[in-house]
Design a binder for this molecule. Structure first.
Ligand code: ADP
Ligand code: 2JD
Length: 247
């Protein structure tokens, strides 16, 4: 039996880089790593369950084929498919848990989770950010390390809120925009939580996603907001100071 702990990841800027090699594919961009963590118990058996519901996705078929079947019971405070990087979280939980049961190196397992995301088209930078990252992650080169390179910004906040709106496919947000480079540089010139929200709003608006709330942006099917909202129906987050780990 293995317990795995995985943070949420929400990108504010991303630019896809997809090659024939899934290890080298990914995205550059800026991503905030958030609590509440998701918890998974991985055991011998089969079937992946998120908050009691069976999860079927291509990522898991890939991981089952590469690592053999295991059973995953995962609990999360945020839903799958809305833009919280949960497809990567479920895949990482599977891969890290299975690695301990089958005697596979942890980083090799994370690579398989990254490949499963790229091949399924569900994500590009989330596994790298959740496994190697914490706080705010700048992915300066795409792909899994050593191809991929990340830089961590030690920024903290417990004043972040989100509102899940709807599940949307990742392919609806993958058009490459050149403005991503300008906005990444704008963040790097003054890295702070306010700047992260400012450049993320500009980037997501350029993609056609708008938020009616102040100090916020819409990432795929969710709104991420800095500062307490007027209504109570939001999920509260703190920036996570630790990436995914096996307990
Ligand atoms: N109940 C569900 N809601 C949303 N997606 C689901 C559900 N069950 C399975 N899926 C699959 O999970 C994957 C979610 O991937 P993605 O949209 O990237 O999630 P996230 O934004 O949380 O990372 C998709 O392949 C989708 O078909
Ligand atoms: C933005 C996205 C391409 C998808 O993220 P999600 O909607 O959470 O699947 C992410 O993987 C990234 O590279 O930053």
């Amino acid at each position: 039996m293995v317990d795995v702990v995985i943070p949420i990841s929400v990108s504010g800027i991303w630019r896809p880089f997809i090659s024939d090699n899934p290890t080298r594919s990914g995205s550059i961009g800026i991503t905030v790593i958030l609590e509440p963590y998701s918890f998974a118990r991985v055991t011998e058996g089969e079937g992946v369950y998120l908050n009691g519901n069976p999860v079927k996705m291509k990522n898991l078929e890939y991981l089952e084929a590469k690592m053999g079947k295991v059973r995953v019971n995962m609990e999360s405070k945020v839903p799958l498919g809305f833009g919280y990087g949960m497809s990567a979280s479920v895949s990482l939980a599977y891969a890290l848990g299975a690695s301990q049961i089958r005697g596979i190196d942890l980083e090799q397992a994370a690579l398989l989770a990254h490949e499963s995301e790229v091949i399924s088209g569900n994500g590009l930078g989330d596994v790298v950010s959740q496994f190697f990252g914490r706080n705010i992650v700048y992915r300066e080169r795409p792909g899994f390390p050593p191809y991929g390179v990340i830089r961590i910004f030690e920024i903290s906040s417990d004043d972040i809120y989100s509102k899940p709106l709807e599940a949307l496919p990742t392919k609806s947000i993958l058009q490459p925009l050149d403005v991503s480079f300008t906005l990444i540089n704008e963040f790097l010139s003054n890295p702070s939580i306010d700047k992260f929200f400012e450049v993320s709003r500009k980037f997501t608006e350029a993609l056609g996603f708008t938020s009616p709330f102040p100090n916020s942006f819409r990432k795929k099917g969710l709104i991420l907001k800095l500062g307490k909202p007027e209504s109570d129906s939001w999920i509260r987050h703190r920036i996570a100071s630790r990436g995914a780990y096996v307990e």
